[in-house]
Write a protein that binds this ligand. Structure first.
Ligand code: GAR
Length: 215
């Protein structure tokens, strides 16, 4: 049985999607937040999942925070660490410690729109297709090997909130699927640094609306 620790900073809807998907062969050992008020913590507690808060404002610098966070995570001996809306830049030492076993969902079709405010920037750029990416985490911010992506249209009247909602719905299908593949041991990274999902149709790693919302 694989043990998974999920890190959140806010409402935790992706965490909920993963919990509700039910990943065969895995259990969600803990949900950890850097914010005590993160909405997702109440959901996790109600589901009987262990929760922890490591409040970043109580630490003097990123290194101290990341060390405390790693100590909490490692207490659950996870095979996989899932960043599900965890809004902290992580130190290289932390990322290296979880090399090959930490994944993140980012609200854009990477490598486009790394960083923040992705939906507003996509609208301002005039792109017609936007989406979400699940990738392995490396020290390069939003730069690790891409595991799967979901594409959604950008509609003429979209504002950032409307586009964010469409992308989020796609994330809720994409992310649990990638967690399943990881637990099944299908995620591989080649010598070229590119990821592939073994024994899965290559199209399964690229969801497109309406498939993403009807799946
Ligand atoms: C999601 O849209 C996720 O892609 C994004 O935060 C949201 C969290 O929502 N993550 C990032 O921007 C990471 N850089 P949730 O708390 O409801 O899952």
């Amino acid at each position: 049985m694989s043990s998974i620790v999920i890190l959140i900073s806010g409402r935790g809807s992706n965490m909920q999607a993963i919990v509700e998907a039910g990943i065969p062969g895995a259990r969600i050992a803990a949900v950890i937040s850097n914010r005590a008020e993160a909405g997702g913590l109440a959901y996790a507690r109600a589901r009987g999942i262990e929760t922890r808060v490591v409040d970043h404002t109580r630490f003097d610098g990123r290194e101290a925070f990341d060390q405390a966070l790693a100590a909490e995570i490692d207490g659950f001996s996870p095979q996989l660490v899932v960043l599900a809306g965890f809004m902290r830049v992580l130190t290289e030492a932390f990322v290296t410690h979880y090399h090959g076993r930490m994944i993140n969902v980012h609200p854009s079709l990477l490598p486009a729109f790394q960083g923040l405010h992705t939906h507003r920037r996509a609208i301002e750029a005039g792109v017609r297709i936007h989406g979400a990416t699940v990738h392995l985490v490396t020290p390069e911010l939003d730069g690790g090997p891409i595991l799967a992506q979901a594409a959604v249209p950008v509609l003429p009247d979209d504002d950032p909130a409307a586009l964010a909602a469409r992308v989020l719905a796609a994330e809720h299908h994409l992310f649990p699927q990638v967690v399943r593949w990881f637990v099944e041991g299908r995620v591989e990274v080649g010598p070229d640094g590119r990821a592939r999902i073994r024994d899965v149709a290559s199209t399964a790693a690229c969801l497109c609306v309406p498939d993403a919302v009807n799946a």
